[in-house]
Design a protein around this ligand. Structure first.
Ligand code: EPS
Length: 362
């Protein structure tokens, strides 16, 4: 009932709060024999972490992973893999002013109504701190997918407020703090973020993720379609308000003759579908995008109510991200990888002995 677990054959359960002693996850269903060490997590966790640039929250967490179980002599054993990260830089007094009220557009309000009790320190369980464990779990999925299927999952930021890339270069993405594919625009992004921070405001963003090398066949119609499960996993990331697969909402204005991806012996002629047909991977690259709302914790005063329903003004101070989208690329990549690995295992379980059909074209 309490949904802190997702996935079927590969399941991930996360636990912990932003200002509790630690956050963690249990990854169950990973096949035995995958080499796994604490150092494997460092790179992706650093890509997601706060405090690495002036454009993100200044909370500084080391984000060091402890592997508590499921690994013996450097290899996964097929038993549950428990990962733990200790919280070391929580500053709970920043939240004292929020004990009695709700940030507009934040989960403060709905958690209070649902549970009748909330941990307001750092947003408790609703904090984006939880996404650390998604990224950690995603490291396992990315590694397994790469080794067993040659799948590569990578993403980038493709819109920040009204700004979109003028050129697209994958090589630029990891060279700047924004995961932005047009290096010449980085000064413009920095100026935008500096101005926002000064104004105490926030802005939304769009992140795209591509998975290359996925073979045809992954996905379980009808209620376990690959696109449906990707959408659910991506929609469940904090601050996500929209998900697109392939051309997504642009499909509305397209004609069938334009949208269809024609098949030729050399491959598909286009990829409007985003690599998924009928809920099953086609062998083309899988293309997903998410829309992230502007962060709700801002310094510009806003109207709210207190616990007694009386009007108050809320100003959120503390260490917050003026654009959560800047740190969302590794999180979205992780969720895509986790869904893909789950489906790879599910496909192997049900259809692993189905012989190859028509020669593969993608
Ligand atoms: C967050 C608020 C800030 C961020 C946090 C997410 O927390 P705090 O007020 O405790 O500094 O720093 O992000 C992280 C700590 C993280 O690791 O991502 C929020 O409201 O979601």
């Amino acid at each position: 009932m309490s949904s802190n677990t997702f996935g079927k054959l590969l399941s991930v359960t996360t636990f912990g709060e932003s200002h509790g002693p630690a956050i963690g996850c249990v990854v169950d269903g990973c096949p035995p024999g995958l080499a796994l060490a604490p150092e494997d997590f460092a790179q992706d966790l650093a890509r997601r972490a706060t405090g690495r640039t002036r454009h993100t929250s200044q909370r500084r967490e080391a984000d060091v992973v402890e592997i508590l179980s499921g690994v013996y002599q450097g290899l996964t054993t097929g038993t549950p893999i428990a990962l733990l990260i200790r919280n070391t830089d929580a500053r709970s007094r920043d939240y004292d002013d929020l004990l009695d009220t709700f940030r507009p557009a934040h989960a403060d309000y709905t958690y209070w109504h649902k549970y009748g009790i909330r941990d307001p320190r750092g947003g408790g369980r609703s904090s984006a701190r939880e996404t650390t464990m998604r990224v950690a779990a995603g490291v396992i999925a990315r590694k397994w997918l790469a080794e067993h299927h040659g799948v590569r999952v990578r993403g980038c930021l493709t819109q920040l407020g009204g700004i979109t890339p003028r050129v697209f270069d994958w090589n630029a993405v990891e060279d700047n703090a924004f995961f932005w594919p047009d290096v010449a625009q980085v000064p413009e992004l920095e100026a935008t973020m500096d101005a926002l921070r000064k104004a105490g405001d926030s802005v939304g963003a769009r992140v795209e993720v591509i998975a290359e090398g996925v073979p045809p066949g992954w996905g379980e119609p009808i209620y376990g379609k690959l696109d449906a499960e990707l959408a659910a996993a991506l929609m469940g990331i904090n601050a996500v308000k929209g998900v697109e697969i392939g051309d997504g909402f642009a499909s509305v204005a397209q004609h069938g003759s334009q949208h269809r991806d024609e098949l030729t012996p050399q491959g598909f002629a286009s990829n409007h579908a985003g690599g998924i047909l009928g809920g099953i991977s086609s062998g083309q690259s899988i293309r997903c995008a998410i829309a992230l709302k502007p962060t709700s914790s801002i310094r510009i005063p806003g109207r709210s109510v207190n616990l007694r329903g009386e009007p108050v003004q809320v100003v959120t101070t503390g260490r917050h991200d003026p654009c959560v989208g800047i740190r969302a690329t590794p999180i979205a990549e992780a969720m895509v990888a986790l869904v893909l690995m789950d489906h790879a295992l599910r496909h192997r379980a049900q259809c692993g002995d189905v012989p190859p059909q028509t020669p593969r074209i993608a």
